[in-house]
Ligand binder design. Sequence first.
Ligand SMILES: NC(=O)c1ccc[n+]([C@@H]2O[C@H](COP(=O)([O-])OP(=O)(O)OC[C@H]3O[C@@H](n4cnc5c(N)ncnc54)[C@H](O)[C@@H]3O)[C@@H](O)[C@H]2O)c1
Length: 252
Amino acid sequence: MLRLQGRTAMVTGGATGLGFAFATRLHADGARVVIADLRGAAEAALKLDAGGKTAQGLAMDVADEGSVQAAVSAVASSYGGVDILVNNAALFSTLVNRPFEEYSGEEWMQVMRVNTLGPFNCAKAVAPHMKAQRWGRIINVASTSALKGLANMAHYVTSKGAVITFTRVLARELGAWNITANALAPGLTLSDQILKNDDHLRQFGEAIRRSRAIQRDALPADLVGTVSFLASEDAAFMTGQTLCVEGGAIFV
Ligand SMILES: NC(=O)c1ccc[n+]([C@@H]2O[C@H](COP(=O)([O-])OP(=O)(O)OC[C@H]3O[C@@H](n4cnc5c(N)ncnc54)[C@H](O)[C@@H]3O)[C@@H](O)[C@H]2O)c1
C-alpha cells in the first residue's frame, strides 16, 4: 500500500515552484491532493490527475480567512476533509532584497499577512476536522534564512522565524489530538521562479553554496522526501520540530 493512501493533502501555493513539487510527491505517495493557490491551481491539479478524481485545484488567498474557510469547506464536500496541510504559500520569489530601513511599513505588513496570517488561517480552518478524527499533519514551510538572520530580506526572514515559532505552538496545542506540526526549513532552492528571477541567486547563490557541507545547488527534489516523511505514519512521534534541509549549511 502507498504511504499516504486514503489521506487528503492540501498544499497552499501549490500551483508552482516548491509547492507543486510537494503536491506531486504527496500524490505519488497515494494521497488525494488539493492544490490551493491564488491562480493556476486548476491547471496544476490537472497535471497530477487529468481525470480530476485524485487531485483538485482551488482558487484561494491564504491571507483571506473567508477564502480559506470556503476552500476547506469545498474539500470537506469532495474528499471529506483535509488530513495533511502543507503551509507552503508565501511571498518570496517576487520580493526585492533591500536593507531593512528601505522597506515601507506596508511592504512589511504585506509579507506578514501572507507568510504568517496565511498559515494561521489555514491551520485554524483544518484543525476541527483533524481534531474530530484525532489525526492530522501540519507541515509549515519555513526557511533556514530565519535561523541564519539572512541580511536584506528583513520582512521575509522575520516572517519565517514566526512560522517556526507558530509550529512549536501548534505542536503543543494540538498534540492531545494526535496532530503533529513540524516545519521544513529549506535553504535557497532552484524553484521555477528563482530560476526565472535570479536576483536571489546572484546576491546569495555563491556564498550559500560555499556554506553547505554538500556544496551544490538545492533542487525541489531534495526537499520532497522530507515532506512525505513528515506527512506519514513514520513521523507520528515527531512534532514541533524544524527540519533544515540545506546540504548541512546549518546544524541546529
Ligand atoms: N525556493 C527557495 O529558495 C526557498 C527557500 C526557503 C524557503 N522557501 C519557501 O518555500 C515556499 C515555496 O517557495 P517557492 O520558491 O516555490 O516560492 P514562489 O514564490 O515561487 O511560489 C509561491 C507560491 O505561493 C503562491 N501564493 C503567494 N501568495 C499567495 C496567497 N496569498 N494565497 C495563496 N497562494 C499564494 C504563489 O502564487 C506561488 O504559487 C515558500 O514558503 C518559500 O518561502 C523557498
